[in-house]
Design a protein. Sequence first.
Lengths: 210, 792
Amino acid sequence: MSQRIINSMLALFVACLCIQPLNASESEMLNRIGEQLEQYPVIRAEFIQTKQMLALKRPLVSTGQLTYSRSHGVLWQIHQPYRVSYVLGEEDIVEIDANGVQKVRSVREVPGLAQVGRVFRAMLGANTAALRTYFDVALEGAPDEWKVALVPRQPQLAKALSTIQLEGSQFVDAIVIHETGGDVATIRFKHVQGVSALNASESQLFGVAP
Amino acid sequence: MSGIRLRAYLWLLMMLGVIGMCTLQFYHQSPLQTNLLSLLPATERNPVAEEAVTRLANIAGNRAIFLIGHTSTETAKLAANAFASSLEQSNAFHQVIANIPAIDPKQLVEVYVDHRFHLLTEGDRHLLMNEQTDLDARLQKKLYVPFQFGLTVPIADDPFGFLDNWIGHLPLRSLKLEPEDGMLLVRNIEPHGVSHQSTEKTWVFISAELDGSAYDNIVQNHVVSAVLKAKEALWKTSPEAEILYTGTVFYADDARVNAEREIDFIGIGSLVGMLALLYFVFRSVRPLALGLLSVAFGIGAAVAFTISMYGQIHLITLVFGASLIGEAIDYPIQYFAAHLGAGKDWAPMSGLKRITPGLTIALVTSLLGYSALMFAPFPALSQIGLFALVGLSAAWISVFLLLPALLVKPNTRDPEAAVAKPKLLLTWWKTHMGKRECYVVVIMILAIALPGWLQLTSNDDVRLLIAKPSALVTQEEKIRELTGIGNESQFFLIEGATVDAVLLHEEMLTQRLAPLIQKAEISGYQGISSFLPSLGTQKKNYALWANKVFDDKNALQTTLTHAGLHEEVSEQLINTFETSAKQPLLLEDWLKSPIANTAKNLWLGKTDQGFAAIGLPRNIRNTETMKLLAEKIEGVTFVDKAGSTSQLLQNYRQWGGFWLLGVITLIYLALVVRYRWTQAAVVLTPAVLAIVLTFGMFGHFHIPLSLFHLMALMLVLGVGVNYAIFLREGGAYAAASLSGVLLSAGTTLLSFGLLAFTSMPALSSFGLTLLLGVGIAVLLAPMVMSFEAKHG
């Protein structure tokens, strides 16, 4: 009788361990991944974004260049199918068309964009602390080849996104975003490099002194 | 003899009646009115505007707002939750909200999606009308724009992003607060004092609804102690957390606590001073007791009468009432002085008869002075006027009914010895101050006063009436700065005969305000037509959709399928467009939708004159601009309660001069009845000179004049003239009369002097003016003796 009780308690205990989203070693690994990326104030990559939308017959593909600056935000330069750049900061989103004409909009004009924008920057910069406040994080793999599954914790975020998957090695290699409406966006990065400063054209687009 | 007894019993009856009434009135429900807003007069000619002011004040009034700040966001959130639960546990609030349900963007879409073909932003309307927008490009942009995962209207419903724009331009976010993790917060960069390093602080917002009126003292006590306990509990766990709070309840509590303290201070100070002075002069306990009884009857009757007339009594009236003690005692003092002066030859009724004319005239002039207050547009001032009228009359009646019965035995003191000192003064005056010397004094006074007159300035700020403690004001300002919560007392009132008329007028207002926002005259505006366009505008929008988007159905289909959308999408779109032709967005549907209450509160509803809504501008730079703008638009008025009140104060102050002259004339006429033309002028002169000199001194000391100073001067007239009257009536008993006058002056000056120290600026101006004015009037009163007509 008592043996059965002990067994069931043990089983419960083990089960609890499994249910836990992140245990000590996972947490450590996540921190190490974060640290790997944190050494670089600026990260550049070529991206190819594929969006599978329910309303579309075929997936949408766009390619371009991404520059992530820890202090200034995200510069998303689309080259195909047409040229346009977006600069995402904490307060504003700036759209720069092919002729260099800028349109500045407040992040508040789209309800929820402030938060999603912050989440996106946190993902690109592998800001593990921020990610952990916004999501339940499930990690597998090793520091040189890892996969992370994120499930939103906050109700506001959960209304827009259902899950996000990140894959990476030294940097983030792919982001897969599942929207609650059923659409899926996959962003793959190539030729990722970490550098210490922005170049001239990037500085100009961010609107800062080089 | 029995006549005297009868009178005394009559008095007793009346006193019992007063006690009974007071007990009844205070037994049921405290009739004390502490609402600061009830001090303000109705300034708006439009009753709907007045109602809107009250409604907005009530909505804001029953809320308390807290901000919990910390440099770490996590700690701030935890601290806020802990603070909110302490507040909840205290049961002082009906509801404490720290965790708000986030504005669900999907719900927002639901409200508008069925009517989307009747909606367009101003910008999009302009672009469509002028063919300046490329549908293809818009579709591309919507498909490829990054970062907006899951945040836009589904592409099948809104391929060109027009509805996205509409929703994005809704003025929902009038506050700077961001929802995060189920809480509302704002991040602020603050300079860090000495080190000049700026730190970012996160502030979490908590809103608490009161469990009753902000003016109920039980609610106030409960709230204040709950907040204190929650603060202490919070600081034990997070000592660096900063707590800010604001709300009508805190101001009301502060005002009430101060008022109660001042009633005690002034009341007890006056009483003690009066008793001490009475004893000093009369060296007997009997006058003290009789004086107390008379004053008690006077104040009691005043309270009972005021409450039965108004249904309640304001704290400000009680504070003033406490200072009335010094004046009410003036009538009994005359009787005591007569008793002192008569010595062995005292007979109660003949003594009474001798002082009756003087006492009556004195009462009449005081009443004339106080009745001037009853014509003031301020409910509080007219209440004070009534209180004083009844109080003084009741004290006067005591002299006639009660005192003779209780002051039957003649005074045992030797009358000459008792009034020795005043007699000295009298002889000094009679020898040194003849007519000529008096004229010299008059000229000197004029010489001092006139330059002062030239330096007079004025101050009509409504803050004279309602003073706010700076500690609370600093917090309120910081909260406004951090959250962007606006000032609820300045807004636009939009009216119309029908619902649609209101929306139409509001649209015109929004249009006219747009350039002002550009020029930073105001920082933003929230109006109902931004959420619900008028039917006319919706029709225009639909026509634009029809002519610019759905005119060529094939071209539309091509654009959509070219971009990759299924064929069904364009079919569905066209179908929905056609069926929604007769389905504009209507008020009833909009009100039922789950849109934020802040937006719904803009709609006031049905009024006697039709329908009304309010519009909220933010950070107004110049209220004149707003007023002028409103005048040009039909159905729109700019309401600025504080401004209107200041304007009213100014108007009345400007008329005050004529008012004062009117009161002077009335009092002069009353005096003429007794003293004839020349002598009446002589009796009135000291009080008039007192007014002249007081004005002059205000000028010299750079005290800005307000309506309240002017009203107080009318009282100076009514009260100050009493001393000249008593001296004139003194006759053979001049010395006793003088001692009575000096004693009266002493008690009156003491009471009004104490009043000058209250925290309510209106009352302290009263007190200061009375102190100065009555003081001067007393000093000049003996002049009547130099101008006595020679009797035959």
